[in-house]
Design a protein around this ligand. Structure first.
Ligand SMILES: C[S@@+](CC[C@H](N)C(=O)[O-])C[C@H]1O[C@@H](n2cnc3c(N)ncnc32)[C@H](O)[C@@H]1O
Length: 239
């Protein structure tokens, strides 16, 4: 029998080992999601997967109640940071091999990019130990999240779903998008809509069609951020 990640049997842990555990800062999230936090003051926002991102750590000062969710949460902060440092260096090394696949506008150089990744990691590391006990960091995996229906006003999901288009099959993508929608009361934003090799997610027309049949409003919209070439669009779902 085939599992939703397209592999035989229990390949979930193997896939989890292969995916990058790293993080971005709130500044990067504002661009990636084309997010104006003044419009979401007082809102509950879910960041899934949150990885070693500092969005949850930083959003409080904008009057946002943010929760991060990731399958690796629950581990000790030292283990998470060791994993994040290793994965970040691996991913920077890969980017450095193919610099022409990227626009060097937001990040002017590899040094600038590394500074953003390290800043996110450091802010996450400072916030996570207390945040985990407060329930601001929650262990959970798509496509089954441990939250009530419509628990969050806005749900953000970056650098996971369509980026790993070949590790997961269509059923996983659809189930995950529906799960992100289930826990949101207003909007879901998913970025990017292309795979790690810069190709558009090929099943997007089918996904949009399936969402339409389920009477879920969805559209692809441009965002003011394009690091990997052509990755300047996101999928938005609305209630
Ligand atoms: C590249 S990070 C993205 C983190 C953050 N959103 C960002 O943009 O910096 C990908 C994350 O996906 C998480 N992940 C792996 N499998 C998952 C699943 N089934 N459901 C949710 N998250 C998963 C990994 O643990 C990792 O933290």
């Amino acid at each position: 029998m085939e599992s939703m990640n397209g592999g035989p049997g229990n390949t979930f842990n193997m896939i989890l080992d292969q995916l990058t555990f790293c993080g971005r800062t709130l500044t990067e999230y504002l661009k990636i999601f084309d997010l104006d936090l003044s419009q979401w003051r007082g809102a509950k926002i879910l960041d899934c997967p949150s990885g070693a991102s500092s969005f949850v750590a930083e959003a409080g000062k904008f009057g946002i109640s943010a929760v991060g969710c990731d399958p690796l949460y629950g581990k000790d902060v030292k283990d998470l940071i060791e994993r994040a440092k290793n994965d970040t260096e691996r991913s920077l090394h890969e980017i450095n091999q193919y610099p022409d696949m990227y626009n060097w506008l937001f990040y002017p150089s590899m040094t600038g990019l590394r500074q953003y990744r390290n800043a996110a990691m450091e802010r996450f590391a400072r916030d996570y130990p207390v945040g985990y006990t407060q329930g601001r960091y929650v262990q959970g995996s798509l496509p089954n999240l441990p939250f009530e229906d419509r628990n969050f006003d806005l749900v953000l999901s970056s650098h996971f779903l369509f980026l790993y288009g070949d590790q997961f099959n269509y059923d996983f993508h659809l189930a995950s998008v529906l799960e992100l929608f289930r826990v949101c009361s207003r909007e879901v934003r998913i970025y990017p809509v292309q795979s790690a090799d810069a190709q558009p997610y090929e099943a997007m027309p089918r996904l949009l069609n399936d969402l339409e049949h389920l009477h879920i409003s969805a559209m692809i919209v441009s965002v003011p951020f394009e690091f990997q070439r052509n990755s300047n669009r996101q999928l938005r779902l609305f209630r």
